[in-house]
Design a protein around this ligand. Structure first.
Ligand code: AMP
Length: 185
């Protein structure tokens, strides 16, 4: 049973590391960015509402992502655990997650904070070349992270849930550090 949040700036490796952890521990990786991109691709009402914010590198409304996470976490495969990737991204989302997990009697076990320096992040995102990875959007996503998501570091630290992990280096090395952090918890 693994119930963790991967917290980190865009480009810190949450997606890559989350996928490896999902295989290793047999729990789903739940990435709000992926769920939103699916909704956009399927041209659903939710996708339509989210697209402009995503293209600009802004956060989609808390209400939208919280509803999406509530649906996803109550699916049967999340009963044995989950790896949250890219959620929560604001204090309101973190508080909603706490109450949802209390309601489900599945409290969070650990928050892994992936730390990489900004220059390496910009390089990684530029190399990745996703649709919303233009220089301007990257810069905005980093600003949004610093402004709205970084306060979560303190939020989870004060609850004794945060473990910082050095997220520079090879995928294997970083994975090993995360596994160590999880198993030590
Ligand atoms: P990501 O794949 O995590 O980089 O997310 C891509 C984009 O989806 C972000 O830049 C946001 O516009 C949106 N997004 C993903 N997760 C969230 C979230 N938890 N809250 C608000 N917006 C989100």
């Amino acid at each position: 049973m693994l119930k963790i949040v991967l917290l980190g700036a865009p480009g810190s490796g949450k997606g890559t590391q989350g996928a490896e952890l999902a295989t290793r521990y047999g729990v789903p990786q739940i990435a709000t960015g992926d769920l939103l991109r699916e909704a956009v691709a399927e041209d659903t009402e939710l996708g339509h509402a989210a697209k402009a914010a995503m293209d600009a590198g802004e956060l989609v409304s808390d209400e939208t992502v919280i509803a999406m996470i509530r649906d996803r976490l109550t699916e049967p495969d999340a009963e044995n655990g989950f790896i949250l990737d890219g959620f929560p991204r604001s204090l309101a989302q973190a508080e909603e997650l706490d109450s949802l997990l209390t309601e489900l009697d599945r409290p969070l076990q650990r928050v892994i904070h992936l730390q990489v320096d900004t220059e390496e992040i910009v390089q990684r995102l530029t190399d990745r070349g996703r649709g919303d990875d233009t220089e301007e959007t990257i810069r905005n996503r980093l600003a949004v992270f610093a402004d709205q998501t970084e306060p979560l570091v303190e939020y989870y630290e004060s609850r004794g849930l945060l473990t910082p992990v050095n997220a520079s280096g090879t995928i294997e090395d970083i994975q090993a550090r995360i596994v160590e952090a999880i198993e030590a918890a």
